[in-house]
Design a binder for this molecule. Structure first.
Ligand code: ME8
Length: 517
């Protein structure tokens, strides 16, 4: 089957300053869920993630540990790979900014910007926030601190190459006004518009006081050695990751459909600097930049440099992977901040997963064992009004889930799917097959149980992007031996595809209840 079209999705590339925390895992999981769902929908997906390895922040972290920065990067990147494996994240590629393939693209890009007349030599004299690796003017500071993370800033005065970002103010504003989907959610788009309207200054894009970065060609024959500003370097990963220089057909296939997922802390780099850079070299702008909110813990943004970071390895060890993959995307509407707490986690897992979904599966399969000799019943030919209503709901939920997933509205998509699960539980309750069996209404028992199993088959398909292992377990319990990960919604979602006579298994509880402390 030929794919409907392509879908390119990226995460930020993470600093290799320390172990990944739940905040990093959150963005990567969101991208993975979107990528898996679009694959299910038949799209040709490219999902890119990676690590940001240059710059002062990484250099200082390495110094603290008494390591060369490359050695620190080589060590820390292993944690990100291990995390991706643990989370069952399925990227098509993982880009590191210290790789040669990335350096080549950066240098080609820089040359284009220079040839366009957008790079000049000057002197930077203002403030720098190290945790954000960001430049600020005096007036942008809030009470003398970084306007983004509220931490101390340092005064910089050094020779620097500048990028004529101011040249692109008008074009960027026009693009922002014309393309409502370019920056999402809407509130973030308005913030970006206000920022650009306040005027764009040229951007300092090189440093002479550190040497950990990609060397800038000596464009203006200066005595000083310049390395590229870490953000200018890092943003280009979105091009090098799909082989911009060497594979133009692949590049074109994916670039036009790019969705960048970012935390709201780094929206300005993506929605202002990056588009201006692309405009300078004449490349199309990404289709969508989606800034999600922060996971807080103890009511504070979780971060590597604060003490409140939650360890994703420990969380998965404690609760299992699929409840973690489910919780963050059901509990927190994508785009808003959300507090992590064990109490809400346990409540969600017990009520949605153990009670609603887990019980539907265990009751349905148990009754098939009791009343249908453990085999999937015949595909019904006639339906009562109640049966029809459930079938109709399943159809509606498939369409709505797709619509929400296209908009990255994960929580809404899950609410739709849970409507179907809860309605099916209610249906089972109303039909009471245990009573029908006593009354020897075999045809009705079979029909009812077939409808529940078929609903579960569809539910598993729809939840597979969120909970790949549990969804496969549901299919296996229904006797379906196909690999759910490689199925297509178009061919699998029409009603009535569960064959008759499959061997149903009860198995262990899909989601064991977590004891409340
Ligand atoms: O900024 N809640 O890397 P970084 C939700 N290298 N998401 C969070 C989070 C939290 N508490 N904390 C971090 C960088 N994140 C740059 C990016 S891209 C060209 C360069 C997530 O290691 C969120 O996606 O500081 C945020 O934007 C990202 O991690 C920052 O990761």
């Amino acid at each position: 089957m030929t794919p409907a079209s392509s879908f390119y999705i990226t995460t930020p590339i993470y600093y290799v300053t320390g172990k990944p925390h739940i905040g990093n895992a959150y963005t990567t999981l969101a991208a993975d869920i979107a990528a898996r769902f679009q694959r299910l929908c038949g799209q040709d997906v490219f999902f890119l993630t990676g690590t940001d390895e240059h710059g002062q922040k990484v250099l200082e972290a390495a110094k603290k540990q008494g390591l060369p920065p490359q050695a620190l990067a080589d060590e820390v990147v292993q944690n990100f790979h291990a995390l991706n494996r643990l989370l069952q994240v399925t990227p098509n590629d993982f880009i590191r900014t210290t790789e040669e393939r990335h350096r080549q693209v950066v240098l080609a890009f820089l040359q284009k910007v220079y040839d366009r007349g957008d790079i000049y030599l000057g002197e930077y004299e203002d403030w720098y926030c190290l945790p954000c690796e960001a430049f600020y003017t005096q007036t942008q500071l809030i009470h003398g601190k970084c306007p983004s993370c509220q931490r101390d800033v340092q005064k910089l005065k050094e020779e620097s190459y500048f990028f004529r970002m101011s040249n692109y103010e008008k074009a960027l504003l026009e693009h922002l006004h014309r393309h409502a989907e370019f920056v999402q959610p809407e509130t973030r788009r308005n913030e970006v518009i206000r920022f650009v309207e306040s005027g764009l200054k040229d951007l300092s894009i090189s440093r002479t006081t550190i040497d950990w970065g990609i060397p800038v060609p000596n464009f203006e024959k200066t005595q000083k050695k310049h390395v590229l500003y870490v953000w200018f370097d890092a943003l280009i990963n979105y091009l090098s990751g799909i082989d911009y220089l060497k594979n133009p057909s692949q590049f074109e296939l994916y670039w036009n459909t790019a969705t960048h997922l970012v935390g709201k802390d780094i929206l300005r780099f993506h929605a202002v600097y990056w588009p201006c850079m692309l405009l300078s070299v004449g490349l199309p702008l990404p289709k969508r930049i989606f800034a999600h909110g922060w996971i807080t813990h103890g009511s504070q943004k979780m971060s590597k440099s604060r003490e409140n970071a939650l360890d994703p390895f420990a969380l998965v060890e404690k609760y299992g992977l699929d409840p973690v993959r489910y919780y963050f995307f059901k509990e927190i509407p994508f785009g808003l901040d959300g507090e992590f707490s064990d109490t809400t986690f346990i409540h969600r897992t017990n009520s949605d997963l153990a009670n609603d979904l887990g019980n539907l599966l265990s009751r349905s399969t148990q009754m098939v064992l009791n009343y249908c000799e453990g085999k999937t019943p015949a595909i019904p030919q006639n339906f009562s009004e109640e049966d029809e209503a459930l079938k109709h709901l399943a159809h509606h939920v498939i369409t709505e889930t797709q619509r929400h997933m296209d908009q990255l509205a994960f929580s809404k998509a899950l609410s739709e799917i849970w409507k179907l699960i809860r309605t099916c539980n209610q249906y089972l309750e109303n039909k009471a097959p245990w009573k029908l069996a006593k009354e020897h209404k075999k045809e009705e028992v079979d029909r009812t149980l077939y409808i529940c199993l078929e609903t579960l088959r569809i539910v598993a398909l729809l939840t597979s992007a969120f909970m790949p292992t549990s969804s496969q377990k549901i299919w296996n319990a229904l006797g379906i031996s196909k690999n759910i990960e490689i199925q297509r919604l178009e061919s699998e979602s029409p009603w009535g595809q569960l064959p008759q006579g499959l061997t149903v298994q009860k198995g262990e509880a899909l989601f064991p209840r977590i004891a409340t402390p």
